[in-house]
Write a protein that binds this ligand. Structure first.
Ligand code: ADP
Length: 158
């Protein structure tokens, strides 16, 4: 059984993240979306809120699960028996950080492989932070996030 994790902050989940989930979930027996609970990173949504939003969106996918961790990604992967880390790549600017992270992860645990999925061209510009910026100034985020996330953003910035 091959278990993959898709780790991230997901503050909040966007259509770009969802696209990666839809495209990769059938490559593995199980895909676990792992929300990083990083106390050093200030987020708009709490981990509970982020988890609830994602769970609502993936509930029809029977091989997708959502978990939260504050542990090191490779340690958490080992703990749940995952052997693959999925990451999305948008622009060249993502590359340097992702190369560094995957190299560290490989040094820490060489049984776990990171695979990269190129963002769909429709979402290659899309980031959680730009969506938050638009929502903050009451812009329409319908094209960028699912309905439940749009509603949650409107409520946050009311
Ligand atoms: P992190 O803080 O770990 O980068 P994010 O929630 O920003 O967390 O992103 C999680 C993963 O999803 C990263 O690999 C990121 O490159 C990828 N990702 C983010 N936005 C998109 C998008 N629009 N299309 C494809 N992948 C994306």
């Amino acid at each position: 059984m091959i278990i993959a994790i898709y780790p991230g902050t997901f503050d909040p989940i966007t259509n770009g993240h969802l696209d990666i989930i839809k495209r990769t979930r059938n490559l593995f027996d199980k895909l676990v979306i792992v929300i990083n609970d990083n106390i050093n990173k200030k987020t708009l949504f709490s981990v509970e809120e982020r988890k609830a939003l994602i769970e609502e969106l993936v509930k029809e996918y029977n091989n997708v699960e959502v978990l939260v961790t504050s542990k090191l990604t490779v340690n958490f992967a080992e703990e749940i028996g995952a052997s693959v880390i999925v990451r999305g790549l948008r622009m060249v600017s993502d590359f340097e950080y992702e190369l560094q992270m995957s190299t560290f992860n490989h040094i820490l645990d060489n049984k776990i492989e990171t695979i990269f999925v190129m963002a769909d061209h429709n979402y290659s510009y899309l980031s959680s932070s730009s969506v938050k910026e638009i929502a903050k100034f009451k812009g329409d985020v319908s094209l960028f996030v699912p309905e439940n996330v749009k509603e949650a953003l409107i409520k946050k910035y009311e």
